[in-house]
Design a protein around this ligand. Structure first.
Ligand code: ADP
Ligand code: MG
Length: 459
């Protein structure tokens, strides 16, 4: 009945209002005398009662000839977290903040979404090497792929970059797509989700965006941590999540950190992300790396021998994507020089992609010296504490890391417990300024620099 009423209302109420106020309403109960509908929050409840009560009564009458009383209740789950915000105002602020006007237009319809499943053919379970670092995530992924919606929902996988999250997510997709029983599955990067949503807001077609997801049985979103700070999209994702969860449809997410460490993520999403299974992919062990090099080199048509596999795995330790980069590097050079990939060849040429550890100033060293000289703990430096006595040493640490090492801004940020590379840029500027004004600080930094470079005989 309620769907029929909503359809009826579509004619009466402007599109925008329809999607703003009615998109998340649900029928609770219905009798000749009383129609009970649940809404998301008090704000929407008031809007509907003020502006559309008569429309609803009329529509019900048209649909079934009854004239029940209308009762709007606020859904239990939302009671403690009512956002009395104005959707439009929020959306506007959001567009400006995100520079959304520049996003490409995406049509939120099912065909378009279907086409968006662009999977890498190589990211299958067969090509995935299982080891202690990923066996739990792998097992969970297999379970979900075999029985979507029936085991862990949502499945939430997290881990640092280059450790196989996207590979596992896509392996699930491959499995489900090739199973005899066809499912409507969608694989989206979080950015795609955000872009599509923003476009739908721009076109006043949020309802269309939502409808799209109604046709989907399995939703896979990669790098969900990009929802950080994106309040309006979080709001929307919350609805999508609930829709899937309530219908026992499978949700699969990946992230670079566990739910509670994604910054500025609404608590209700954090808790929902933990409802199913949260599983980590970790840095692979040596044996796993060797197995990966073996497999990858074979897949690429030139299996490396054992000593080469081991040599590569000894030298590239923390990132499988880099491991793969090294394999590609060796393959390209062997092609170029028309030489076989022997251990000598690998030793000679891997130097080009590996920065030898001993000539490189390491971040822990900087951290140690800074902590000592500023009389704070390393935990403080890596914490989120905002006290000035810690902020300055932390910023000094980032400044020195930037100045003295080749680490990327993001790597430095991560090492100091921050996730955004702009934090490091900001710290560098800050310390440059402070240095000019504060003679003590300046001397301290000269001192520290000397200690760090001296210890490491750098340059
Ligand atoms: P993430 O999404 O976590 O950043 P990816 O899934 O993109 O990482 O993985 C990076 C590369 O490493 C891909 O080429 C992937 O195939 C490969 N890879 C990661 N883990 C494994 C594994 N266990 N076995 C084989 N290849 C792997
Ligand atoms: Mg990825």
């Amino acid at each position: 009945l309620w769907n029929a009423v909503l359809a009826e209302l579509e004619e009466k109420v402007s599109n925008r209002h329809h999607s703003l106020w009615f998109q998340n309403t649900e029928l609770i109960s219905y009798s000749k005398d009383l129609l009970t509908i649940s809404v998301e929050n008090e704000f929407i409840q008031q809007r509907i009662l003020e502006n559309h009560k008569q429309d609803i009564v009329d529509a019900v009458f048209k649909c079934c000839g009854d004239q029940p009383e209308l009762e709007l209740i606020i859904r239990e789950e939302n009671k403690e977290e009512q956002g009395f915000f104005d959707f439009e105002e929020k959306a506007n602020a959001y567009w400006q903040q995100e520079g959304a006007k520049e996003f490409p237009a995406v049509h939120a319809n099912i065909e378009a979404v279907k086409q968006r499943i662009q999977l890498n053919d190589l990211y299958t379970f067969d090509n995935f090497v299982v080891g202690p670092s990923n066996q739990l995530a792998h097992a969970a992924a297999l379970a979900v792929a075999n029985k979507p919606g029936e085991t862990y929902n949502p499945l939430f996988m997290y881990g640092a970059v280059g450790l196989g999250k996207t590979h596992l997510l896509q392996a699930i997709c491959h499995n489900i797509l090739s199973a005899s029983e066809k499912h409507n599955i969608v694989y989206l990067s979080c950015e795609e989700f955000i872009n599509q949503f923003i476009t739908s807001v721009e076109h006043g077609n949020v309802e269309g965006f939502r409808q799209t997801f109604r046709y989907i049985d399995i939703l896979v979103i990669d790098d969900i941590h990009f929802l950080a700070n994106k309040e309006r999209t979080q709001e929307e994702f919350f609805h999508v999540f609930n829709m899937f969860y309530n219908a026992h449809k499978q949700i699969i997410l990946s992230s670079d950190s566990p739910p509670s460490e994604i910054p500025e993520l609404r608590e209700r999403l954090v808790s929902r992300f933990k409802w199913g299974l949260v599983s980590q992919v970790d840095v692979p062990t040596f044996e796993t790396r060797v197995a990966i090099v073996k497999k990858k080199s074979r897949l690429k048509g030139t299996p490396f021998n054992d000593s080469v596999c081991q040599y590569v795995s000894e030298n590239i330790v923390s990132n499988i994507r880099e491991l793969e980069g090294a394999i590609n590097h060796l393959l390209a050079l062997s092609d170029l020089h028309k030489q076989n990939i022997t251990i000598e060849f690998a030793q000679q040429h891997l130097k080009e992609v590996i920065i030898p550890e001993e000539t490189m100033i390491q971040l822990p060293l900087i951290m140690n010296v800074v902590a000592k000289e500023f009389n704070v703990t390393i935990a403080d430096l890596q914490s989120k504490k905002r006290h000035k006595s810690i902020v300055v040493p932390r910023q000094a640490g980032m400044y020195l890391a930037k100045k003295l090492t080749n680490y990327s801004l993001l790597e430095i940020a991560n090492f100091f417990g921050k996730r955004d590379h702009t934090t490091v840029l900001h710290a560098v500027e800050k310390i440059k300024d402070l240095r000019k004004q504060d003679k003590d600080l300046h001397e301290k930094l000269v001192d520290i620099e000397y200690k760090i470079s001296g210890t490491d005989s750098h340059e």
